[in-house]
Write a protein that binds this ligand. Structure first.
Ligand code: SAM
Length: 248
């Protein structure tokens, strides 16, 4: 079933009036008809709806089951991603959105190869946000995760101070005990952060600064993962721990 994100302003009673690009997609691309069902996500809730009728440039879509299904995690996960090379950021965004991420901040770190000027940062952020929206639609998220502005390391540290739990997957960390202990600290309602280094990894001083905020270095296993693999693995590890915990 197709999933559309619709602004609250387009809701009147139990009907959404969908226009613009989404109207065109529904009517002309998907060729949906009156009576067809679809999901509408609005203000973090997902409603089951049916197409009631089409006007010239609007589809009237009636809610048949309010707050139909929540696909959001009961924990907010924020990914702080060391700026990777090439289009790896797009893969990281797509996969972590599917896994339930809440927010992604690109982070400038000492060993980042990529250097973005202000113009490039804005252009990249718009493209990355579009990728997040597309992945949220495909994975039937109730919300569209936000791509934050590119942070420098000290601004990232300030953001990390607002977290309930701050995990630092570190390539030089040995053994899985710290990983297990950190996962067991995760509780519903928490805001947790995950910091992933770029291809070149972390400087010692970066690890020290992150640990000084209460961050916990953890291993993702005995092998060295690519930055994109590490980001996806760490988010998946937290997501599964949370989802399984919820079903206990
Ligand atoms: N340049 C580093 C080296 O050769 O040791 C590897 C950095 S790795 C490509 C990029 C990031 O992925 C690391 O900074 C870390 O955040 C994460 N990472 C990769 N493998 C990991 C592992 N086994 N345990 C924890 N984090 C890992």
């Amino acid at each position: 079933m197709f999933n559309f994100f619709v602004d609250e302003a387009k809701r009147h009673g139990d009907v959404f009036y969908i226009d613009g690009a989404d109207f065109n997609h529904i009517k002309n691309v998907l060729r949906m008809r009156v009576g067809d069902e679809l999901l509408v996500s609005c203000t973090g809730k997902s409603h089951l709806c049916v197409i009631e009728n089409f006007e010239s440039d609007t589809a009237a879509v009636k809610i048949t089951s309010e707050d139909y299904r929540s696909t959001e995690l009961p924990v907010e996960i924020v990914l702080f991603q060391g700026l990777p090379k090439a289009d790896k950021m797009e893969l990281i965004i797509q996969k972590t959105v599917e896994l339930g991420i809440s927010k992604i901040y690109p982070v400038e770190m000492s060993r980042c190869v990529v250097k973005l000027d202000a113009k490039k940062k804005n252009a990249k952020q718009s493209r990355w946000q579009a990728i997040a929206e597309s992945a949220a639609k495909q994975s039937k998220r109730n919300t569209i995760p936000q791509i934050g502005e590119v942070l420098n390391y000290s601004d990232m540290i300030e953001e990390a101070k607002k977290l309930d739990l701050f995990l630092i997957p570190y390539e030089n960390k040995d053994g899985m005990l710290a990983t297990k202990a950190a996962l067991n600290e995760i509780k519903s309602g928490m805001k947790i952060g995950i910091l992933i280094g770029p291809e070149g990894g972390f400087e010692e001083s970066e690890i020290a600064a992150a640990e000084n905020t209460g961050g916990k270095t953890v291993s993702l296993g005995a092998r060295i993962l690519r930055t994109e693999t590490a980001a996806i693995t760490a988010v998946a590890m937290c997501m599964l721990h949370i989802e399984m915990g919820e079903n206990e």
